[in-house]
Write a protein that binds this ligand. Sequence first.
Ligand code: ATP
Length: 214
Amino acid sequence: MGQDNKIPKVTAKRLPLYYRYFEKLHLMGKQRVSSAQLSKELLIDPATIRRDFSYLGELGKKGYGYNVSYLLHFLRDFLKQDEVTNVIIIGVGNLGTALLHYNFYKSRNTKIVAAFDTDPNKINKEMDGIPVYGMDSLEEVIKLFRVEVAILTVPVQVAQKITDEAIKAGVRGILNFTPSVLTVPSHVQVHNIDLTTELQTLVYFLKNYNDDNE
Ligand code: ATP
């Protein structure tokens, strides 16, 4: 976008506020809003609002107000709200620990914000700067950080129960490292990564399929 540097910090700080408000207006089906209305709702004087928006370009028209969906998309891009998806890891055993260390550094649009376990020796500590909580904090943390994805590295027998809890709290995507076949509602996506099966399948294919007898 290239404009980031020009925006005063005081304006930049207000942008998430505007963003959230436009999100609300959009959900309510409102198509436009005046700076006077914005001012009333957000308790920011209209001159400041007009000035803030002038840094973002010609977004409002005199006598028309601001176009809600246009501004919502504009601010979303501007704030890169879509960019970072918060992720948690449930089960800090061998695999969970490895994934915590890995922390998916190559992917800039995901962030592991917390990990969970039941083992008293593992919880209430940090691992690689990431807090490990007991399962009783699961719902609270998911809601607080708007966590969308849970990585599941727990024993197979508890996988479904934990999945249900995570989904109830707001998770929409599960990266399932357990061999469990999870049942989830239609709005939730599950990706299964069963490393043991993958390895066995590879070995089986090596033994049974090759160029000659394909
Ligand atoms: P891995 O399967 O990753 O190699 P592991 O063999 O060290 O791990 P598992 O028994 O598979 O250990 O458990 C993985 C992790 O899940 C452990 O840290 C364990 O404490 C944790 N765990 C077990 N039950 C639960 C549960 N109900 N909720 C959350 N975490 C759990």
